[in-house]
Design a protein around this ligand. Structure first.
Ligand code: FA5
Length: 336
């Protein structure tokens, strides 16, 4: 009997080897463990054996029955797991996939660098409204309604004397009103002008205004601050030049130009063949502006500048067309 039972087990092990189908597995289970199986027949025969043989024979049959049961249980588990894995597309053996993570826009990268440079010199960073009143964008800046200087900034006018700010200078008087003197701050942000676009002009671009008001501020302080920040941002000396420039809210006023880094001063479409790019008008704050901000010009003086942040980005990365920066073209943006 022992021999016969072993044969049953071996036969099952042989038959079950490549089974992966649950239906076939169920059939085999009936065949080997069901009521009409050989094993059931053996079990019935035990009671016909001599009394002294019965316990040993019963034990043998039950042992084999348990072994077969275990074999079926583990196979059923394996088949079930395989089926579940096939139903989902999750494959735990696949290597992980990288998510496409974005990054900062080049204008933001440069803005943060400039902010860092000015923070090191004790300037705070402020923000302000892009929808602005005529008063803060022009009138408070010594540029009344009939002033011809208004024409140099083609403004998007809205109803009721409101406008899209044409310059970050709109924050000069707002800040002086709010914080008084002494004051040291920069205000980066978006400005708007109703003008035709070309390689160096956009209708929507970024400026970064700076304002410092304190006792005895003079042009020397202005030039030293400008030089310090430019060499921090470019990590090298860059050629700049100062020309007289007129803005109603500074006196004296200057234009600070940077030698074009696209053509290295030879002349190109970005610098309009001049070799220089107008980057940063600046000057000493006009006494009328200080007064509009509630500051007494007899006690305080200051300097202000209006950096063309988008142009600085162009110089820093040698971008030869300003329009690329707002194009949303990923082939361009992925390079930064
Ligand atoms: C102004 O906007 C003054 N608010 C600057 C100022 C501030 C003067 C404080 C004195 C004291 P301007 O219109 O020149 O100035 O513009 C400043 C800078 O913005 C320019 O030098 C240039 O770098 C940039 N800019 C002007 N127009 C455009 C444009 N359409 N596209 C891109 N950059 C421009």
């Amino acid at each position: 009997m022992e021999e016969d039972l072993k044969k049953i087990k071996d036969k099952l092990v042989q038959e079950i080897k490549d089974v992966s189908d649950s239906q076939f597995l169920a059939q085999l289970k009936t065949k080997y463990l069901g009521r009409k199986s050989e094993l059931a027949r053996f079990l019935k025969e035990v009671k016909n054996l001599a009394e002294e043989e019965r316990p040993r024979a019963g034990q043998l049959v039950n042992e084999v029955k348990k072994e077969l049961g275990d074999i079926f249980a583990s196979l059923e588990k394996a088949v079930k797991e395989k089926k579940a894995a096939a139903e989902t597309d999750f494959d735990p053996t696949m290597p992980g996939r990288r998510n496409a993570v974005g990054h900062l826009h080049p204008s933001t990268i440069v803005q943060y660098e400039v902010e860092e440079a000015f923070k090191q010199m004790g300037f705070m960073v402020y923000d302000g409204p892009q929808l602005e009143s005529d008063y803060y964008n022009f009138t408070a800046l010594n540029t009344p309604a009939d002033h011809p200087a208004r024409d140099s900034q083609d403004t998007f006018w809205l109803e009721g004397g409101w406008l899209l700010r044409s310059q970050t200078s709109n924050l000069q008087v707002r800040m002086l009103e709010k914080y008084g003197a002494p004051f040291r701050g920069i205000f980066p942000g978006r400005v708007f002008r109703n003008e035709a676009t070309d390689a160096s002009h956009e209708h929507t671009f970024y400026q970064l205004e700076g304002l410092m008001v304190d006792k005895d501020i003079n042009i020397g302080n202005l030039i030293a601050t400008m030089q310090a920040f430019l060499s921090l941002v470019f990590s090298k000396d860059v050629a700049v030049r100062l020309r007289p420039g007129f803005f109603p809210f500074v006196e004296p006023g200057f234009e600070m130009d940077i030698k074009c880094l696209i053509c290295d001063g030879a002349g190109c479409s970005v610098c309009k063949q001049s070799g220089w790019l107008e980057l940063m008008p600046c000057g000493l704050v006009h006494p009328e502006v200080l007064k509009a901000g509630g500051i007494d010009p007899a006690n305080y003086s200051g300097f202000a500048f209006g950096l063309g942040l988008t142009r600085l980005v162009m110089m820093k990365y040698r971008i030869n067309d300003i329009r690329l920066l707002s194009s949303g073209d990923l082939r361009f943006l992925k390079q930064f």
